[in-house]
Design a protein around this ligand. Structure first.
Ligand code: SF4
Length: 371
């Protein structure tokens, strides 16, 4: 299903494409640069605020383009460190964007390092058994503009919270493409969006601070390896053998480990970047010590960092988070084998922080109230 908005979202345009369209509309192409400055450096949310543009041109822009393709409908916070935004798109679809703060010694939380996690699809077709995003299936891909708009929404929020000396620079430090949806199943729109995020006329945000996460879409991992951007890659492994991975990730039947791991190696070799292996620890499913042993071998072979995430309970799903003792044993095996490993004890447990949970819960509530 493809959603076609009445007006084209302005966040989908590049400097070149906007210059061309403006020229076709009878205005001077240099106006495109001014528009981009207002959008991405001064970050205004309406045409009227673009005060150095002639009124007739602002009217033309208003007729041609949508400037607000995402509307914040809900924000949930967990202990000052995680904000989860529920955004509504032009067709009423809901998506999630998360801001994660990492507190640092000696600085207030408002100046802590921030990572923004963005979505790429409404729902997801990949059906990983532990994930809330896939429970209602896949609805559609996000457009490039809708992907960019999530970051601008975060900028609006953060700029209003903490005025900064250099407001033209986004207030977050990292972007992870790890929210709702499989990013590499929406490859073209994702790449178009990240080019805008990376461009000097756009958010001017370094590719090396952007992590694309995939459940293992092998052909697109190989394609990403050939791109001239140095994005980071995270692979959601969640099982160190085909047998275990297949139980919870249907994608493993399509691209088993013997195809996925060489593709990951190819990416790492081509891009010269250390990979991350994401591994959600689920009790009695993938937290056995033999899995830890095999995971250590894989990580050492790929020279990858392992990020362990104890499972966040999802309503309607049977899986459980292992207790701390089991988590620590798993970590010890990896460390003893010399693998690089961290365990992320989730900060957002109490706000339905597993991807897709807040959206699912809100859609259920809306359905129940007939809204
Ligand atoms: S974990 Fe990612 S790929 Fe798997 S169902 Fe959830 S959103 Fe889709």
């Amino acid at each position: 299903m493809k959603f076609v908005p009445e007006k084209k979202p302005i966040y989908e345009e590049t400097l070149d494409s906007l210059s061309e369209r403006i020229a076709e509309g009878g205005e001077k192409p240099f106006r495109a640069k001014q528009v981009m400055e207002w959008l991405y450096k001064k970050r205004v949310g309406s045409w009227d605020e673009m005060t150095n543009l002639p009124k007739s041109f602002r009217e033309w822009l208003d007729n041609e383009y949508e400037i607000a393709p995402a509307k914040q409908v809900l924000m949930k916070q967990a202990g000052d460190v995680t904000d989860k935004l529920l955004l509504q798109l032009g067709d009423g679809s809901l998506i999630e964007t998360v801001i994660i703060r990492v507190p640092q010694e000696g600085v207030g939380l408002e100046h802590s390092r921030k990572t923004v996690c963005i979505s790429t699809q409404v729902g997801c077709a990949f059906g990983c058994k532990f994930c809330a995003s896939g429970l209602d299936g896949w609805k559609r891909n996000l457009s490039a503009g809708e992907i960019v708009a999530q970051l601008l929404q975060v900028c609006f929020l953060e700029d209003a919270r903490t005025p900064r000396a250099r407001p033209e620079i986004p207030s977050f430090d990292n972007i992870v493409v790890m929210g709702m949806g499989e990013p590499l199943a929406n490859y073209d729109n994702l790449l178009a969006a990240l080019k805008i995020v990376n461009a000097d006329w756009g958010l001017n945000f370094g590719a090396r601070r952007i992590t694309v996460s995939t459940s293992g879409v092998v052909p697109q991992i190989k394609r990403l390896a050939e791109e001239p951007f140095q994005f980071r890659l995270a692979i959601s492994l969640h099982g160190a053998t085909n047998e275990v991975r297949e139980q919870i990730m249907p994608i493993n039947k399509r691209w088993p480990l013997e195809e996925l791991l060489p593709a990951a190696k190819q990416f790492s070799r081509k891009q010269g970047r250390m990979l991350t292996l994401e591994y959600i620890l689920i009790e009695d499913i993938n937290d056995q010590l033999e899995q830890a042993e095999r995971l250590a071998e894989i990580a050492l072979d790929l020279r990858a960092h392992v990020n362990l995430i104890p499972y966040n309970t999802v309503e309607g799903l049977p899986w459980k988070r292992p207790n701390i003792l089991r988590q620590d044993r798993f970590v010890s095996v990896l460390k003893d084998r010399g693998a690089s490993v961290t365990i992320r004890r989730e900060k957002g447990h109490e706000i339905n922080a597993a991807c897709g949970q807040l959206r699912l819960q809100t859609e259920k509530e809306l359905r129940a109230t007939g809204a």
